[in-house]
Design a protein around this ligand. Structure first.
Ligand code: GTP
Ligand code: SPV
Ligand code: MN
Length: 580
């Protein structure tokens, strides 16, 4: 008996009876406990020490080579009605899923320690935060949960007070892809994950709780759980404008969240509130308020450099856990794009040989507390969150989609989100570089039928007096040579500037059938090397190609049949007609 919450104690006992661990450890979240977890993992080889002179408190974990990313085909939403999960999810009846999972979990923790990990998603004193308890047999998961959530005694006290919590049960099992499932039971506030130790499959507070379960709860309770970064953009007058942006996995959220404005933007600053998940609540003032439920980053390593993301590099010099990166002769972490140096060991611990592919896995990651981020926002702990002026959707589109456009209104904005598409990335298993629809960047994460989700989004028009403006961006257009046409990273500030000017009502735009676009002269190009002709191309709308896109969007929406809210097809038809 370790808590003052009878149901929690009872559940822990039931799980222990099912899984037969050698011992049970309730995590208190203390530094001493974290140090002990690290020591244990160093002793058993789950962690390797990196150079403690240049990178104190930094460690490397090499995951099983068959367990390096999310697995969408093994991820299920188990609602009583299949239609409630929708065509966007894999579905299993709850009873079937429980039977399958009970078989897998039976006796699976023999000889292992079972960690009971209480955590709070969101500031510990915020009424908008929600708690969970993850039971896991992975010390790596327990340690990462301490970096990424408010984990330990304070969360447990809140759970004892609140009563309600999300139950997450996780075992690495045999790390056998044939015995791997990530099951969600939104009606039971329950998650069960077996057979993976990686990221979103195993750190159950993140995608499983804060998006799949939370999105389901949010619909019932009148808020939104989104795959969005949150930033405050401060102008030289000291005014801060907060925006949230949804880009699919590995499409630039972490980078935009800690952007450093270019030299030609003196006095401007970007403050990081969150880099991956955003909970949005209507406030009493009629605006939308956002909190970041997380307390740390699980960020993509490749591509992170002094040139692209100096803030990230600065926070990775201490107290970070790296997963599946390479190491240099000096035992420092290394990944493609970091430096010109060559590594000596690849992500699997083999001597580096370019014939084996990239030295760091393309989905290699770092885990670090958000408090280490140089641009960490003083408002990140605000119990009421931050007020959102704009929502930004975006994806990786080598062609067609302009650098930026603004929706005409909220309904159109919801269509822009629902119609989003992006090239697949290494964040999930399967082919990369394939364009697929990824509505609101939530395709892998929405815990219920997208048709109902879009209806819920549309409903905010009646709930909010001050709706955020909705934009779409694309940093990833390529030219005929396959080169990115837009410099991206810090230079994305130039697009953010136009967006916030639009929010404050003082900027020009050009009307097009797909939305408002900036005129080329509305984007500040001072101090950046980009051909005016390239910018013109980045801001143009090719009617014929867009007409084809709208036809595809229609097919995409039609999958949702009768449940699709009428407003979306109206928008699609209006734009298609305008284009012809
Ligand atoms: P998840 O953590 O998977 O949700 O990813 P994310 O959306 O946070 O993506 P992240 O910022 O980690 O970027 C993913 C990859 O895209 C990295 O390799 C970045 O270097 C690269 N990237 C980010 N922003 C830009 C950009 O503006 N332009 C270009 N060309 N690449 C970018
Ligand atoms: C993503 O894939 O969107 C991530 C990484 O943020 S994971 O935690 O693995 O979902
Ligand atoms: Mn993500």
């Amino acid at each position: 008996m370790q808590s003052k919450h009878d149901q929690l104690n009872q559940w822990v006992n039931e799980v222990a009876a099912l899984t037969s661990p050698a011992q049970v450890h309730w995590c208190d979240g203390s530094q001493a406990e974290y140090d002990q977890l690290i020591r244990l993992m160093l002793d058993c080889g789950d962690l390797l020490e990196l150079n403690q002179t240049t990178h104190p408190g930094c460690y490397l974990h090499r995951s099983d080579p068959q367990d390096v990313a999310r697995v969408e085909h093994l991820t299920f939403i188990c609602t009583t009605e299949e239609q409630d999960a929708g065509p966007n999810n894999n579905w299993l009846a709850p009873a079937d899923a429980h039977r399958r999972m009970d078989e897998l979990f039976a006796g699976c923790m023999q000889g292992r320690t079972m960690y009971v990990v209480p955590y709070c998603m969101g500031p510990i004193d915020s009424p908008l935060s929600r708690c969970g308890v993850e039971i896991t047999d992975s010390a790596y998961v327990a340690a990462n949960m301490r970096l990424m959530t408010r984990m330990g005694s304070a969360a447990l006290r809140r759970i004892e007070r609140d009563g309600v919590f999300v139950k997450g049960l996780h075992s690495i099992g045999e790390l056998d892809p044939a015995r791997r499932f990530i099951m969600h039971f939104p009606q039971e506030l329950q998650i069960q994950s077996y057979g993976s130790g990686y990221g979103g499959n195993a750190l159950l507070g993140k995608k499983c709780h804060a998006l799949r379960i939370a999105s389901y709860q949010a619909r019932q309770e009148g808020w939104l759980a989104e795959h969005m970064l949150i930033v405050g953009i401060e102008n030289p007058q000291g005014e801060k404008t907060y925006v949230a942006a949804a880009f699919p996995s590995a499409c630039g959220k972490t980078n935009l969240a800690m952007l450093i404005p270019p030299a030609s933007y003196p006095g401007w600053k970007v403050w990081t509130v969150g880099d991956d998940i955003c909970w949005l609540h209507p406030g009493e003032d009629g605006r939308l308020w956002a909190i970041n439920p997380e307390a740390g980053f699980f960020g993509v390593a490749p591509g992170t450099s002094e040139a692209t993301n100096p803030n990230a590099l600065a926070m990775l010099n201490k107290d970070a856990i790296f997963t599946n990166v390479a190491v240099t002769a000096n035992n420092e972490p290394w990944w493609e794009g970091k430096s010109d140096e060559l590594p000596v060991k690849d992500w699997q611990g083999r001597d580096y040989d370019p014939a084996n592919g990239p030295a760091a896995h393309p989905n290699s990651r770092f885990t670090v507390s958000i408090k280490h981020c140089p641009s960490y926002s003083p408002q990140a702990e605000a119990p009421s969150g931050v007020p959102i002026s704009a929502l930004i959707f975006g994806g990786r589109r080598a062609s067609l989609v302009p650098l930026v456009f603004e929706s005409f209104d909220w309904q159109h904005g919801v269509l822009v989100g629902a119609a989003m598409a992006s090239e697949t990335t290494a964040a999930a298993t399967g082919a990369t570089g394939i364009v697929r629809r990824d509505p609101m960047a939530m395709q892998p994460f929405c815990g219920y039928n997208f048709a109902d989700y879009w209806a819920h989004w549309l409903g905010f028009a009646d709930r909010l007096e001050h709706l955020p403006k909705v934009f779409h961006v694309n940093w990833f257009r390529k030219d005929e040579q396959g080169q990115f046409m837009w410099p991206g990273f810090g230079e994305n500030m130039r697009v953010l500037e136009w967006i916030i000017q639009r929010c404050h009502g003082h900027s020009e735009s050009l009307h097009s059938p797909i939305g408002h676009l900036p005129r080329p002269e509305d984007i500040n190009l001072e101090g950046v090397d980009i051909e005016p002709s390239a910018l013109t191309q980045l801001l143009s709308v090719d009617r014929q190609s867009w007409a084809a896109e709208l036809a595809q969007i229609k097919v995409h929406l039609e999958q949702f049949g009768e449940r699709l809210p009428a407003g979306l097809m109206d928008q699609q038809q209006r734009i298609a007609a305008d284009l012809n």
